[in-house]
Structure formats: structure tokens, C-alpha cells
Design a protein around this ligand. Sequence first.
Ligand SMILES: Nc1ncnc2c1ncn2[C@@H]1O[C@H](COP(=O)(O)OP(=O)(O)OP(=O)(O)O)[C@@H](O)[C@H]1O
Ligand SMILES: [Mg+2]
Length: 345
Amino acid sequence: MEISSLHIENFRAFKKNEFNFSPFYNIITGKNSTGKTTILEAIYLTSSGKSFITTHLLNCVSFDKQYFFVSLIFQDSLRKKNIDILIGNGKKEIQLNHKKAKGFFEIIGTLPVIFLNYKVVDIIKGGPEKRRNFLNHWLIFTDPSYYSELSNYYALLHQRNALLKSINASKELLSVLSDKIIPVGEIIQQKRREVISLLNDVVQKNLYKISNKNVKMEFIYDSSPVGKLAKNGIENAEIQRKRTLFGPHLDELEILMDGIQAREFSSLGEAYSVAFAMRFAEKESIMGKRGEMPILLMDDFFSDLDETRRENVLKMTEGGQIFLTTLNLNIIPKNVLDKAKIISL
Ligand SMILES: Nc1ncnc2c1ncn2[C@@H]1O[C@H](COP(=O)(O)OP(=O)(O)OP(=O)(O)O)[C@@H](O)[C@H]1O
Ligand SMILES: [Mg+2]
């Protein structure tokens, strides 16, 4: 998988710019607020339909403009592809290979991208939704039906919760919705279980490659079995609490390092290393399932790692297309600099 060019218009501080990339390392450098992160944000948008900075895509429109336009050309093992996104002027237009898409759902999953910045540590230190997001991202790019199953699940959950919030929630309607949501939730939980078993196989090895330390890693799925919605009596509690009390939206993934809970007790450096090891496990799984290396976006992450870990992480990125942003080219090892395309802003 390789991005050959990016065209952006009215996207944050960029008015109209065209970038061409190397299939290997691309190092984006420049002083603060020159737009390094913005380039990664534009690429990420074409992969996920989201920004990693804002939940409101209109915030990406340049302050004095009415719309932004992002156009990306990339290549998988089969052919050249194109994603175009125009947002603003009251419109949202998305095109895949110059054909109009009905929404982001038609392009999500097409371009596998893994984004790493200082917030990667949230996978370990943040709330359960960060770990659910991690599992979802992995599955969206390795399992072609996962995204629609997940969207379907959330649409049903939304309906069910709306019913539970209404004054006279009908138990009959509730059980109709339970019958619909349970099988979808079970598929999601089964797929997450499979990813977790891969984490148990791979993360410990990756962590050793990053930190040169042997730590016993365990990933435990604390699932909230959606099947329990079929049990008699749950509805009363749900009506009282006005929300659905079981299902994959409440799942937790517990991470243990040498038997100790990583979320509470790991140091920041350890948490970074484990999060990287998990992201690299995802990268390998995407490679294995699709036969395509995902694109890595790394935003200024080097500042949080010591030199050895930095070099170890860089070694693990080899073989695919990588975008790195940095304020300081001096911290990039010479062997990487020599083969990289440097984009100076
Ligand atoms: N909607 C917008 N319209 C115009 N400019 C914007 C908009 N949103 C953000 N900016 C500007 O874009 C710049 C931020 O760009 P970006 O975060 O990409 O910089 P950076 O090179 O990554 O900086 P740093 O080294 O500090 O991380 C800021 O100066 C910000 O004010
Ligand atoms: Mg930045």
C-alpha cells in the first residue's frame, strides 16, 4: 500500500498544496505550526473519515474559507486508487475512484493507516473505550464486514436506548430489539475474542523488540455478554437505568504486565512501549490478512522514547510506507535519513 500524492485545498493553514511521496520513509519537518500534523490529519481523514484532532470536520476548513478539499492517490497491489473528499458549503462529497460514494462508510476500510502520536498511550492508560476503539480499528482493516456490523450494532443500540428513555417503554418492542441486537453483538464479541488471542501471541515478542525486556503480557477480554439481554428480568433494571446494560459497547480489555494491571501501574515509558507493541501487532495482522502493509503515520512521537527504543521502533517500521513528522531532523538516525524523502515546510 503506498500513497503517491496528496492534494489539499483550504485545509486548516494550507490554501492549495500538492505533495508527492516516497514509497518508503517520508519525513515532514519544519518549525512549530508549519502544518506537519495537518498533513497527517488529511491522510488519516481519507482512511477513517475522521480527524484525530477534532470531532467536527468543519473545523478543518481554513478560517477564511467555506469548504476544504482533500484528494489522495494511492496504490495497492492491484491498481491505482483515488479518494476525494469535499466538505463545506453545506455539502459532503466523497468519491472513490471518481465515483460518488453515499457516505464515509463506503470508503472506510479501503486505505489501511495506523496513526501514532503521544496519545497512543491512551490505549493503556485511558478508559475502556480507547481499548474498544483499538480492537475496532484492527477489525475494520482486517475484516471486510466488521464495520457494517459495528454500525448496525450502534444503530440498534441507539434505538434501544431511545426506547428505554421513553416514558412508557414497551417491553414487547424492547424484546423485538433485543432479538435483533443480540446476534450482531455476538458476532462483534466473537471477532474481538479472536483479535485478543492474537494479542496474546504477538505483543510480548514485539515488546521485547522495542524495549529489550522480557515481560509476560496477558490480554483478558472482560466482555459484557450481549446474550444476557435475553434473560428475563433484565428489562426492569434497564427501564429504571434508561440504557442497555449488556453488549460490546461496554466491553473492556484488561492488560496485565507480569500479572500487574498496566493501566494503573505501568510507567509512562512502559505504557508507550506496550501501546506501540500492540499497534505493531495490528500492522502485522493487516499485512497478513490483506497482503498489504498498512501506512504508518507517526506524529512527533520520538520525543517520548529514549534513543534505544526510538531506534528499535524505527527498525520495526521497515518495509512499508512511513510518514514521520519531526521538529528536529537530528534525532532521526542517519541510515533512515539517507533513504528518506524530506519534506520541509
Ligand atoms: N481551520 C483552520 N484554518 C486556518 N489555520 C488553522 C486552522 N486550524 C488550525 N490552523 C493553524 O494550523 C497550524 C497548526 O498546524 P499543525 O498542527 O499542522 O502544525 P505543526 O507543524 O504540526 O506544529 P507543531 O510542531 O507545533 O506540532 C496552527 O498555526 C493553527 O493555528
Ligand atoms: Mg504537530
